[in-house]
Write a protein that binds this ligand. Sequence first.
Ligand code: SF4
Length: 247
Amino acid sequence: MTLIFSGIMIHVSTIDWYGRSVSVIFFNGCNFKCFYCSNNDFIKVANQRLEPLFKGGSAVEIKEIEKQILDSKPFISAVVFSGGEPTTHPVELEHLARFSKENGLLVGIETNGYYSDLLKRLIEGRLLDKIFLDIKAPLDDADKYFMITGIKDAAEHVRRSLELKVPIEVRTTVFRSIADVAGIARSLKGMDCTYVIQQGIPENAPDPEIRKEKALTRDELAEFAMSVSFLKDVRIRTREKGEEKII
Ligand code: SF4
């Protein structure tokens, strides 16, 4: 069977896995419909950027991505699968994760956490070393999770991903109108994970109300981080200063 990859690849990134230089492979498409999704535009741009590579199409045989991983190997120690939502391409994701591991690279996945069974299978198959889990609302507030993502049982699925036995970095993207950091942090109490509060970029959001907002500042994000000092490792990520460890 010929596997087709749909998305883009960034050959070297130092911002997706703290302390590592990685290749990032972005899969097109997502099962959530978050009203502030900043990847919306990115995915459109990504498709345009693909055109020369994919000769006018938006997809390529997976062997081409394998070749690009090998070309990048001298400069990286890991591959991060992102999106969109990479777990919506389970066969291609597992294939590329196996290829990366066979070539001595660590594997991370940036995910919304909905497909916890797939993540579990990858962990059990030793194909996954780290999860970067995007948590969007308190996990005990199913209605709020639904309001943000458009998916009814999202909170329950994400909770199962949070319980997986693998190093996890939890991330939340915050805007002025959606910033329940304290509620989300409650779900993480007692866990051995990193929590990263990311600055949302209003101008990239599809929702017109969010686009009217001003981005939260670096200092406002630092205040959020200080307010959840009961967690072990809290960081903020901003356009101004990149990633900073606050707690
Ligand atoms: S899970 Fe991520 S990629 Fe998917 S819609 Fe939400 S913000 Fe966008």
